[in-house]
Design a protein around this ligand. Sequence first.
Ligand code: KIV
Ligand code: ZN
Length: 520
Amino acid sequence: MTQDKVVIFDTTLRDGEQSPGATMTHEEKLEIASLLDEMGVDIIEAGFPIASEGDFAAVTEIAKRAKNATICGLARANFKDIDRCWEAVRHAKSPRIHTFIGTSPLHRAIPNLDMDQMADRIHETVTHARNLCDNVQWSPMDATRTEPDYLCRVVEIAIKAGATTINIPDTVGYTYPMESARIIRMLLERVPGADEIIFATHCHNDLGMATANALAAVEAGARQIECTINGLGERAGNTALEEVVMAMRVRNDILPFRTGIDTTKIMNLSRRVSQVSGFPVQFNKAIVGKNAFLHESGIHQDGVLKNVQTFEIMRPEDIGLTQKNIAMGKHSGRAALRAKLKELGFDLADNQLNDVFVRFKALADRKKEVYDDDLIALVSDEQTNDAYEYLQLKKLRVVCGTEGPQEADMILLIDGKDHHIDATGDGPVDAAFNCVKMLFPHKARLQVYQVHAVTEGTDAQATVSVRLEEEGRIVTGSAADTDTIVASTRAYINALNRLIIRRQKTAPGEDVKTVSYHGE
Ligand code: KIV
Ligand code: ZN
């Protein structure tokens, strides 16, 4: 390993997918893994194989399909977890087992292990993992709240037992940059054998410092960053891949490290992860937020027109954002649409392109100008809704205005058969949702309902995201349309379709990850 290379370990499909409601389908996980592989991610943490049959199947399939990336699975500190993890990752050209245990006083107390007992457990489990696989990562969970002397002791044990990467997780987003660097320096100085392995940094964002903490760890000698696309992850999320990669690129003068990431793929991955996880990207999010390259104030606009570097530290095209915006209209043909989508990072199969083309024509009829963002919303919508759907919206009319009650009249296809109903509600969206509830009764609770305009103008498409919860199962749905009520209803139906699939696959409560981090 050359000293200036930083290995990128993406855990969108494991730590990211653990965020409540971000659960992805099997196909979506395969798609994201393949995009990460193409983008040049060195290691993909594909899941937690013991957690469920679904996780096991996804890690196995991702391992079989990966072309370049190392495929890693997570395992707690017991033989059963490690064996199951190996069974899934062993199909990869380059497999890795990642095993962990909580080493801080708070985490030692839960399995009720004293320091010596925990040290023995680490020795046994890392040795076991290393007997199966010659690429083993070990993590002392909650490392940043672990006593420094004990941290040095357990890291030394893991190295002696054969760990090839030692990850230092800031599990609760508690550290700050100087401390993050100090911990890595301490381990490099005090632990025998530390120069033979790679140190990784894994930071959560509870205090908004995950990216800074990860980069500080790298400056101190860590050579692997664990991160997720869009910073997806439990609570406030993880270090965002796009932030650390672009920071090392833009500030190469003070962070002289390189990664193997093709940064022009960042924007496409960000959009796709946002779509499949149902977590919209905040407008002012660094690098991939909608406003990241927008200049509103007169002074900024003036500066940018004279010299773009006055207010931009990177070029939009560096992350795959195309500059050419207004391009498509109702006279554009299929070949032009294919070329435009390719430029935006979407390589569609012929049947998908046909469907998108039909919808593009309908949109171009309704909307004067079809912007890049309109096309992206359309394709994302198509990709989200292209599987067989038990519930489908066939027709919707609403009556709304200042005089209530608002009414909706709907034809819903349920398993391919027409069902007609009308209902009233407190507003047109409520009336439309009531129609769906009457035709398909369920107990799911609406947790989130969000509407975003894709572009400017009153004829802009709306993208709607909804999140539903039923007996601990959390699902999200999304849809886009120039009619906000139609988009809302389709997003609601999309979430219900996902719930139906989830009901078939999981017992109530599984989304809450019934597998405890401390159990067997
Ligand atoms: O945050 C954390 O500690 C983790 C471990 C499982 C590595 O995600
Ligand atoms: Zn984590």
